[in-house]
Design a protein around this ligand. Sequence first.
Ligand SMILES: NC(=O)c1ccc[n+]([C@@H]2O[C@H](COP(=O)([O-])OP(=O)(O)OC[C@H]3O[C@@H](n4cnc5c(N)ncnc54)[C@H](OP(=O)(O)O)[C@@H]3O)[C@@H](O)[C@H]2O)c1
Length: 268
Amino acid sequence: MAQAKIAVAGATGRLGRHVAGVLGAAGHQVVPISRSAGVDVITGDGLADALAGAGAIIDVTAGPGSGQAAATGFFTTAAANLQRAGERAGVARYVVVSIIGIGRSAGGYGAAKLAHEQAVLAGPVPAAILRVAQFHELVGVLMDMGRQGEVIYLPQMRTQIIAARTVAGALAAMATSPPAEFAAARAAQAAGAPVPELAGPREENLASLARLAAARRGEAVQIQEVTAADPDSAAAADGSLLPGPHAKLAGPTFEEWLTTQPNSGTGP
Ligand SMILES: NC(=O)c1ccc[n+]([C@@H]2O[C@H](COP(=O)([O-])OP(=O)(O)OC[C@H]3O[C@@H](n4cnc5c(N)ncnc54)[C@H](OP(=O)(O)O)[C@@H]3O)[C@@H](O)[C@H]2O)c1
């Protein structure tokens, strides 16, 4: 696709800001969709104006909760509203980010993302899914969430973690690929090909990554792994989040990425 107008739903998020950055750097016109930009994918406020003249939607939204019911409600409503408004505006394609391994999900956030995928695919605007691994940026978020004094409690997690910027590049490429390429990818999926996956260069362990990040921050904290019985924790611990043999792999590694981050004590 030559230079185009592309709506990025979730443009201010951890992933969305990179999607907007990659598209902008390539000369595309980015329409940011987020409540802070005055557009709400749940109420529909501002959606028609935001999508007017857009060639594609990239959906990298996330709602306020990670519980199955709240997340399912958010994603399915957002997808239905984006599909409906997208059709009215004549949008030609809808690209959505999802998570590797959710096909094996027994519930929780994974099941909500599966419902997200299905809601996106059920709409009239031709859609394509990219399932990706956890983001390098997630390590710092989980560390902050798990901190109790001098100890940081983290879930057991096997992950082939990837930079959000790398994921952004792949989503932008899908949204701007030649029409024949986009149609061929959709046809392959309809014929039963596995959903495309993108992951980082190698399997990592969350606790080890957190130790690297703490060292980078100059923090003397203790990292402790905890187990839980909910479906998301079980999937993280048993390797269900790891990519399949058909996945594309792309750097940088977490360690390489960390060296590019500020070590002010607030990152990564
Ligand atoms: N984090 C990971 O490691 C990871 C891994 C694989 C896949 N993913 C997927 O990647 C996606 C993005 O994740 P993220 O971590 O980048 O999320 P995030 O940082 O929480 O960003 C969420 C974005 O959605 C927007 N948003 C929330 N509610 C909205 C509403 N009602 N209307 C319009 N915009 C709304 C937010 O902007 P406002 O608050 O301004 O509205 C923000 O731009 C999610 O679908 C997630 O499942 C994440």
